[in-house]
Design a protein around this ligand. Structure first.
Ligand SMILES: [Fe+2]
Length: 278
């Protein structure tokens, strides 16, 4: 579904704080908070889903900061990761304002729209060394597989942001399936929470530590296993450690019934091991 983006992003660069501290992106954080506030204020719909996206973004940024530190990334690479994390879901606001949903299939590719908005807005023009990589990482962060030929720094930033994103999305899914939150518009589980239903392909993909298509899902339990199985898709050891420490992957699968036993127990064991790694 195509539309003409509403370029609400300022057409001037955010003042960069470099070269003082490459890990200080506070000027961009201020920009982002102002942007989110403006979007919430001008949206005719209920603002709470936008607030959830704002909270999600700040959690993804916090996870990214930890991953970058624990992985010992070089300052410029870490800065690219932080900016990509802060901006990765910027199009969610426009997506929700226009379509009232966060479901890409029912609206637009939010990653591609985010890249387009940022390209048009000049926000990153103060970052000539990493602008292109941040834009590419934002544009690709939701792909099942990252595109061939991405520049190494863009691939790194996209990978770190995808890890951080998945860690927080596991929390969102757990809260939704546990009934802790309701009406979260991007968590749609159009499958019955019926313990008799399961997908052998979802189970196989986790046993083989690989990605699985959403088309294979048959039940809410499949969704629990698929989401927890993102643990295996995380590229950085630090991401797997954080994921283990947060406990959401474990919480998603520890109650899965017998058909899932082998995949469940393997995944729980691997998560436990990652959590114990120093
Ligand atoms: Fe996200």
């Amino acid at each position: 579904m195509k539309h003409d983006p509403v370029f609400r992003i300022p057409r001037c660069p955010v003042p960069s704080l470099r070269p003082g501290d490459p890990l200080d992106i506070s000027a961009y954080e201020s920009f982002f908070l102002r942007y989110a506030d403006d979007e919430c204020a001008s949206c005719p719909r209920a603002p709470s889903p936008m607030r959830l996206k704002l909270e999600h973004t700040m959690r993804v940024l916090a996870y990214t900061r930890i991953i970058a530190r624990e992985e010992g990334l070089a300052p410029l690479a870490a800065r690219a990761c932080l900016l990509a994390a802060l901006l990765h879901d910027i199009a969610r606001f426009e997506q929700y304002r226009i379509w009232g949903t966060f479901r890409d299939q029912a609206s637009c590719d939010h990653a591609a729209l985010g890249e387009e908005l940022l390209r048009g807005g000049c926000v990153l023009d103060g970052e000539p060394d990493i602008r292109g990589c941040v834009l590419a990482a934002v544009g690709a962060h939701n792909r099942r597989d990252l595109p061939q030929g991405m520049a190494p720094l863009a691939r790194l930033a996209a990978g770190v942001v995808r890890d951080a994103d998945r860690i927080d999305i596991m929390r969102v899914i757990r809260d939704h399936l546990d009934g802790r939150t309701s009406g979260t518009p991007d968590v749609v589980v159009p499958f019955p929470d019926d313990p008799a239903l399961f997908s052998p392909e979802v189970i196989r993909s986790v046993l083989e530590k690989r990605a699985c298509s959403y088309a294979e899902l048959k039940s809410a339990n499949d969704f629990r296993l698929l989401a927890a199985g993102w643990f295996y898709l995380m590229g950085c050891p630090a991401s797997r450690r954080i994921c283990a420490g947060e406990g959401c992957a474990t919480a998603l699968i520890e109650g899965l019934p017998a058909p899932y036993a082998e995949a469940r127990d393997q995944l729980l064991s691997d998560i436990r091991t990652a959590g114990q790694a120093v």
